[in-house]
Write a protein that binds this ligand. Structure first.
Ligand code: HEC
Length: 118
């Protein structure tokens, strides 16, 4: 069952990825409001893990799963205080569960970051 679900998820992503034009500015707005305090302005990490060079290179499906469900690319539970955005919704816009467009935009923005400290 899990395998079928995974294949389905990847097929869905493969079908939709090219159709979505990522909006890096929108991603920046969301990242700054919801992720930066823990992952740093450059994605360098802090309270949260460094995103650059690791999660920034994951498949979109894995990134999405981490943000919504708090699981890493190997299915391990992420440590607190990584919020379960799929349950709690975003800080800003408050309570909104990020949709695929939001997540694509955040992911696209994260990929532009340098990972430099400070
Ligand atoms: C309150 C702090 C906090 C906020 C806010 C937060 N995170 Fe996290 N995040 C964490 C922590 C802590 C971890 C590391 C958990 C671990 O080591 O298992 C993490 C892990 C991750 C991972 C997995 C990294 C890896 O290599 O395993 C991703 C992806 C991620 N966060 C993305 C985001 C995104 C995108 C946002 C904003 C929408 C966000 N996080 C907001 C604290 C936070």
């Amino acid at each position: 069952m899990k395998t079928i679900w995974l294949i389905g998820a990847f097929a869905f992503v493969a079908l939709t990825t090219n159709a979505v034009a990522e909006d890096i500015d929108a991603g920046k707005t969301l990242y700054t409001a919801n992720c930066q305090k823990c992952h740093g302005a450059n994605g360098q990490g802090g309270i949260g893990k460094k995103l650059i060079g690791d999660a920034s290179k994951w498949e979109f499906a894995a990134f999405k799963n981490a943000v919504l469900n708090g699981l890493d690319d190997e299915g391990h539970k992420l440590k607190q205080p990584m919020p379960l955005f799929g349950k709690l919704g975003l800080t800003d816009p408050k309570g909104k569960v990020p949709d695929d467009t939001d997540l694509q935009n955040i992911f696209a923005y994260v990929k532009t970051l340098s990972g430099k400290k400070g």
